[in-house]
Structures are given as structure tokens and as C-alpha cells.
Design a protein around this ligand. Structure first.
Ligand SMILES: *Cc1c(COP(=O)(O)O)cnc(C)c1O
Length: 348
């Protein structure tokens, strides 16, 4: 059934067969891949494992996602791009998003000539479940993207709503859970896959795991989707240094958990600090490692903070988000610098 959703040329794809894929058995002389016998650093002279199996075993151990249900991308961004290329025919198919949300879904759709249907969030920044379902039925998107906790709003959508949409959607539903670790009492859409194999979940090493520079994203999906993902992704999409970085990040799960605790504490602290400032109109409750805030003149505040050497994200041009800034939770001293600057601002 999922196969019918795939583009015809993907269904019949003969994947590139890499040297490492063709060999099985025991060997210790590798003259099959035209690599160098030595390199500038241990291990980098060899091509990396196309299936990232050591990292995936550790992911199962530490995060609990079964080995058979994971695939690794060069960041979640690569996974988003590949899923669109698997399921959406250029100039024919569409994806669906609920704006304001993460920008890459529509950019990758656009680069593949795939249309984008946007169902705006409610003014409360909650999902407009009824409209999403109406539009799913009318527009028949091949992929519906749901970002929860959502970037840039920080809002978690109830799993029951995500399930309802995924069940009504005859195409693929991708739930991007990049910020899941920062949410409290979070219910992952992972639990939906067993009952609905058209659901995919995205996780990343870029946020709580502190490895944005390694470019590691995780696709959690049914075997049928994993099989085609591994055929379509570039054979050596994740570098050896990145795989090592991912292993290291998982080994340091204790410090990840510590950081998550610090983010939650500072998020609460920053939110209450912001809400007391005379030029702040609204602080949006957040389940992520950032706080979205509405101010009197967001662009003026943005420029002022920049003049103090502090960069935040101006989200004011997004629908429903006029005069808002998105502020990432940083270190304690970074938060102190920010708060000091915010106290001193008088030009509102
Ligand atoms: C940061 C972020 C990601 C992470 O992307 P990577 O390519 O893994 O770094 C994914 N989704 C959302 C919504 C994000 O904000």
C-alpha cells in the first residue's frame, strides 16, 4: 500500500551498490573501494558504513527506537528532502504544512517542483484539525508535515490530533519531533507507526544532543519506508567523523539530560523575566529550547540587541506572528547578557 504512494521511478529503482554492500564474510584486506590504506586520522581513510549500523544500535539502546525502524540522514533536512523525492512527483503532487512552521519543508518541496498546501494555524497557534482534515481530503497531499513541538511557536500538538490527521490522510504523515526532548510529558508519534505505517517520525542530534555540526537526523518509520529510504539516500550520506560524533553524543546521555534540565529551568526563568518587561506584549508558552515573544516593535528590539552583539531570530514576517522574536535558550552567562541588554532598552 505504501509502495503505491511512491513515485513510479522510485518503485523500480535499482540502487547503487557500494563496495561495502557487496561484501559479506570475514576479511582484513580491503582492496575493493579504491580507498587509501592510510589517512590523516584513524578511520577516515575508509568509506563510512552506509547503513550506520553501530550508531543505530546505540540509538536503540539509548533512545529506544528499534534498529529495524531507524535510518540516518545528513541532518533531518536531508531526510525531509529524500522523503519528498520518494513520494512526490514534480509538477503533480503536493505536500501540506501548517504555517507558521519550520521553513525547509516548503523549500525542499519547491526545489523538487512539488506544490505546497498551507493550512494556517489557529490564532491560538494550535492546529486547525478540522481544516487540515478538510484540506487533506480535498487536496490529497502526498506528505503532510506536522512539527511538534512546533518551530517557531514552541507548541506541542496533542497526539490525539496528530493521530486523527494521520488516520484521515491517505498519504504519508511526517511528524518532526526535533524538539521533543525539551517537552515535558511528551507523547511521541512513534507509538502511531505500529497501527499506521504511513507515519514517519523525525528526530535530530542538532538540538538536545548538542551535535548540530555533525549533521545527524533520524528517520523512524516502518520497514517498507526504511527500505526505500536506504535505496534513495546517497550511499555514504553520513561521514565517519559524524558517525563517531553521534556515538559520543549518545555515550554522553547523562550530560544531555543535564542540559535538558537546564533548558527547562532557563526557559521558565526567561519567560517570567520577559513577561515583566514593559514593552513585552506576550510570551508564548514553549516546550522547546527557545521562547517566542511578542513585543511592541520587534524589529527595533532586534536591531538594538544586535548592536549589543546579541543575535535572536525575528519571526515577525510569519503569518500570525507580527512583532515576534524567537530567542534560543543559551548558557547561563548568555542569558544574563541578554537580560541585562533587555533591561537597558528604552526606545520602545
Ligand atoms: C532544528 C530543526 C531540525 C533539525 O534539522 P537538522 O537538519 O537535523 O539539523 C529539524 N526540524 C525542525 C523543526 C527544526 O527546528
Amino acid at each position: 500500500m505504501i509502495e503505491e504512494l511512491m513515485n513510479p521511478w522510485i518503485r523500480n529503482l535499482v540502487p547503487y551498490s557500494s563496495a561495502r554492500n557487496e561484501f559479506s564474510g570475514n576479511a582484513d584486506v580491503f582492496l575493493d573501494a579504491n580507498e587509501s590504506w592510510e589517512g590523516f586520522d584513524e578511520g577516515v581513510n575508509r568509506y563510512p558504513d552506509p547503513s550506520a549500523s553501530l550508531l543505530r544500535r546505540k540509538i536503540e539502546e539509548v533512545m529506544g527506537f528499534p534498529y529495524q525502524m531507524t535510518g540516518i540522514g545528513n541532518g533531518s533536512d536531508e531526510i525531509i528532502d529524500i522523503l519528498i523525492r520518494i513520494f512526490c512527483r514534480p509538477e503533480k503532487d503536493k505536500i501540506m504544512i501548517e504555517r507558521p512552521t519550520y521553513g525547509t519543508y516548503s523549500v525542499f518541496a519547491n526545489t523538487s517542483g512539488v506544490g505546497v498546501v498551507d493550512v494556517p494555524l489557529l490564532p491560538s497557534l494550535d492546529l486547525d484539525v478540522e481544516s487540515v482534515i478538510d484540506m487533506v481530503k480535498k487536496e490529497k497531499p502526498k506528505i503532510v508535515f506536522i512539527c511538534s513541538p512546533n518551530n517557531p511557536t514552541g507548541r506541542v500538538y496533542p497526539l490525539s490530533e496528530v493521530k486523527k490527521i494521520a488516520d484521515e490522510n491517505e498519504g504519508i504523515t511526517v511528524v518532526d519531533e526535533a524538539y521533543a526532548d525539551f517537552a515535558e510529558d511528551f507523547e511521541s508519534a512513534f507509538s502511531l507507526i505500529a497501527g499506521n505505517p504511513r507515519v514517519c517520525v523525525l528526530r535530530t542530534f542538532s538540538k538536545a544532543y548538542g551535535a548540530a555540526g555533525a549533521r545527524l537526523g533520524i528517520l523512524i518509520a516502518s520497514g517498507e519506508i526504511q527500505k526505500v529510504f536506504s535505496k534513495v539516500k546517497p550511499p555514504y550520506n553520513v561521514s565517519y567523523p559524524s558517525l563517531l560524533a553521534g556515538m559520543k553524543a549518545l555515550d554522553g546521555k547523562k550530560s544531555v539530560d543535564k542540559r535538558i534540565g537546564e533548558v527547562r529551568e532557563r526557559r521558565k526563568d526567561l519567560s517570567s523575566f520577559l513577561s515583566k518587561l514593559p514593552y513585552v506584549r506576550k510570551v508564548f508558552p514553549s516546550s522547546a529550547n527557545f521562547v517566542l515573544v511578542r513585543t511592541l516593535d520587534a524589529s527595533a528590539l532586534y536591531e538594538y540587541l544586535l548592536s549589543k552583539g546579541i543575535v535572536v531570530r525575528n519571526r515577525s514576517s510569519e503569518p500570525l506572528l507580527e512583532n515576534t522574536l524567537r530567542i534560543t535558550i543559551g548558557s547561563e552567562s548568555e542569558m544574563d547578557r541578554l537580560k541585562e541588554a533587555l533591561c537597558e532598552w528604552k526606545d520602545y
